[in-house]
Design a protein around this ligand. Structure first.
Ligand code: SF4
Length: 490
């Protein structure tokens, strides 16, 4: 399961935007490792540097010096729609009659093909098969007829799906979040300007202060002198569809989303996991690094009550928290391995058990999710080979049983182990002594949301968008493209 993309935009008072954007992209590198790019504007012309690779490899001193101007946007990408090549690397930039446009997109549109066909029919030439270029062309077309705010509203009335965008229109920087707020986007204040970023960790990196999340359906326009920003609530919906997996896995633990520190949310999910399905074992250990916060919350809760929910006696220390699996940080992520055989080998390269921690012990292994089941099977075997008497697996999220269409590269339905297996069948497949997942109600409770305000598509198979061949969990339909073009004045 892989992160999608990270977006950023800054507008500063007379200082070059290139380096702050570069540092912010470093902070967002976990959201995409395939390509990185920055587009700036110096008041006269647009500058762009976009390449395949990691942030540290893509930009040299000369590249940053060439990105003139105090306003700009940036992007790190893991491809989720479109080709895995430089034609889809972002920010996407284009110059047209009423100026230049740069666009960074996190998410996935559901109706990009329909809009592409419509625009191609009136003469728009596309250079990539990605959905970001579709947004850029639609916006460019609307900007020929409308002012900036109304042009963005028109485009929002036509595109359907998941998107957090940072946009540069000449030296004006904008941020937009889709009407259901599927992907995160926040605003931060810097010493001499403002920043829009996928996660608040990027704001911290620049010694800035988190102002707030961009609201679903909201357009933020940063003032060109870096003194403030304007807000326009362009579209409103009854319910949000925040991706619950941002809190569980994708976002950095040190980021704040919806006023909650992600690390704290994960610890609280771990506490719930103990309350729902705690099992008394000698040690609790995380799968590094994804299970660490969950395991710490789980072990904390286990120190307070027994698995039956009774308060512990004063002389009962509960369950010991231990790091029993050591990670080799110099091995690539498992998703880079294209075949099952290579993925299996990669797990063994990545994690090594500490024998003395597990030998002769009953172990609870905590992770955030099970996708294909490959890693869990390997880890249970590793621990048993190292002398564990029993291995119980606890997962800090519900079963992943369906694919994601909103920009997460998760695996196909056929590859997902929970798509056609019961919890007990999965337990058997991974050879654990017991297995339990966290309930969806517990997730909603910890995140302080009603279930209908979360996207749980990959768990329930019911999505918050109108996707071909899939069920929805709410009253939602794709926009009428023609009507969307005339609705900007509403
Ligand atoms: S389907 Fe799952 S991963 Fe995709 S946006 Fe929804 S909750 Fe997030």
């Amino acid at each position: 399961m892989t992160e999608k993309c990270g977006v950023v935009g800054v507008s500063l008072a007379g200082r070059s935007a290139a380096r702050p954007l570069y540092y912010a992209l470093y902070a967002l590198q976990h959201r995409g490792q395939e390509s990185a790019g920055i587009v700036t504007h110096d008041g006269f012309q647009q500058h762009s540097h976009v390449e395949m690779g990691l942030v540290g490899d893509v930009f040299g001193e000369d590249d940053l010096d060439g990105l003139a101007g105090s306003a700009g946007i940036g992007h790190v990408r893991y491809p989720t729609a479109g080709s895995v090549d430089s034609s889809c690397a972002q920010p996407f930039s284009v110059s047209f009659k009423s100026g230049s446009l740069g666009l960074s997109h996190n998410g996935n549109l559901v109706n990009a093909d329909e809009i592409r066909e419509e625009l191609a029919a009136v003469g728009h030439a596309f250079t990539s098969d990605g959905d970001t270029e579709v947004i850029a062309h639609d916006l460019a077309r609307n900007l020929l007829e409308e002012d900036l705010v109304r042009a963005v509203k028109r485009t929002m009335n036509r595109i359907h799906g998941s998107y957090s965008l940072t946009i540069s229109h000449d030296d004006t920087v904008l941020g937009v979040r889709d009407p259901q707020g599927n992907r995160p986007l926040c605003i931060g204040k810097l010493e001499d300007g403002y920043i829009l970023a996928s996660e608040s960790a990027a704001i911290d990196t620049l010694d800035g202060e988190l102002v707030r999340d961009v609201r679903p359906g909201e357009l933020i326009v940063l003032e060109e002198d870096g003194q403030g920003f304007d807000s326009y609530q362009l579209v409103e919906r009854d319910h949000t569809a925040h991706c619950f997996f941002e809190h569980v896995y994708f976002a950095r633990p040190d980021s704040v989303i919806d006023d909650t520190l992600v690390y704290e949310a994960r610890r609280n999910l771990g506490r719930k996991l103990w309350a729902e399905s705690g099992v008394e074992t000698d040690v609790v250990m995380p799968v590094p690094d994804s299970g660490r916060a969950f395991a710490s919350g789980y072990a904390d809760a286990a120190g307070e009550t027994t698995a039956d929910g009774e308060p512990r006696d004063a002389d009962d220390d509960g369950v010991e928290f231990a790091e029993g699996l050591m990670k080799n940080r110099y091995v690539g992520r498992t998703f880079i391995m294209p075949t099952q055989d290579e993925r299996e080998r990669a797990v063994r390269l990545k994690l090594n058990p500490i024998k003395s921690t597990v030998e002769g012990k009953t172990v609870t292994l905590i992770d955030d999710s099970i996708v294909r089941g490959t890693t869990s099977t390997q880890l249970v075997k590793l621990l048993k080979d190292s002398g564990a008497e029993a291995v119980h697996m606890r997962i800090g999220a519900p079963e992943i049983a369906a694919p994601c269409y909103m920009g997460i590269d998760m695996a196909t339905r056929e590859e997902l182990i929970a798509a056609d297996k019961s919890v007990d069948e999965i337990r058997e497949a991974i050879d654990a002594d017991s297995l339990a997942y966290l309930s969806t109600d517990a997730v909603a409770d910890v995140l302080g949301k009603d279930r209908i305000d979360l996207c749980l598509g990959c768990v329930t198979g019911e999505y918050p968008y109108d996707i071909d061949g899939e069920e929805t969990d709410r009253d939602v339909t794709r926009p009428d493209l023609e009507a969307g073009r005339t609705m900007a004045d509403d």
